[in-house]
Design a binder for this molecule. Structure first.
Ligand SMILES: Nc1nc2c(c(=O)[nH]1)N=C([C@H](O)[C@H](O)COP(=O)(O)OP(=O)(O)OP(=O)(O)O)CN2
Length: 140
C-alpha cells in the first residue's frame, strides 16, 4: 500500500464565535479570534490517499486528477473567502480548524468513493492554520 500526497495553499478569513454565547463568554473562550470582523490566515492543506499500484499504469491514482478534484471542490470554494459567510458547506458551523477539517473530509470522502478506481481511499486531511499549528483527520 502506498500513500500519495497533495499539498494545497489558500488564504481565508474566519471568526471563532458562538452566537449563543455572550460577548464576554466568546472573548473568554476564543480570545482575539472572536474579534467582530474576523481575521485571516495563509492556510496549507495536505490530502493523502492510499492504494496499490496499477501494473498497467504504474500509478495508484493520477496526481493531476487529485489536484483537480481538490482544487475544484475545496480550494475554489474557500480561497479568498470568509469561512463564516461564503462557504455553503460550512454554513451554521463555527469554522475552527477542527470543524473545517471534518467538513473537507466529508466532501472528499464522498467524491473519492464515486471514483471508478475502487483501489483508492482517502487516508488523511491536514489543515495548517498557522505555520506552527495544524489539525489532522485520519481514517481510523
Ligand atoms: N483548537 C483550536 N484552537 C484555535 C483555533 C482553532 O481553529 N482550533 N484557532 C485559533 C485562531 O484562529 C487564531 O487566529 C490562531 O491564533 P494564534 O495561535 O495566535 O496564531 P497567530 O498566527 O495569530 O499567531 P501570532 O503568534 O499571534 O502571530 C486559535 N485557537
Amino acid at each position: 500500500m502506498l500513500i500519495l500526497k497533495g499539498l494545497f495553499s489558500f488564504c481565508a478569513s474566519h471568526r471563532l464565535y458562538n452566537p449563543t454565547f455572550s460577548d464576554d463568554k466568546n472573548k473568554l473562550i476564543f480570545g482575539k479570534c472572536a474579534g467582530k470582523n474576523g481575521h485571516g490566515h495563509n492556510f496549507k492543506m495536505e490530502v493523502e490517499i492510499t492504494g496499490n499500484v496499477d501494473p498497467e499504469t504504474g500509478m495508484v491514482f493520477n496526481l493531476t486528477t487529485l489536484k483537480e478534484l481538490v482544487n475544484q471542490n475545496i480550494i475554489e470554494d474557500v480561497d479568498h473567502k470568509h469561512l463564516n459567510f461564503d462557504v455553503p458547506w460550512l454554513e451554521g458551523k463555527i469554522p475552527t480548524t477542527e470543524v473545517f477539517v471534518e467538513a473537507v473530509w466529508e466532501r472528499l470522502e464522498k467524491l473519492i468513493q464515486k471514483i471508478d478506481n475502487k483501489n483508492v481511499k482517502l487516508h488523511s486531511v491536514t489543515i495548517w492554520e498557522t505555520e506552527t499549528h495544524a489539525v489532522q483527520k485520519t481514517r481510523d
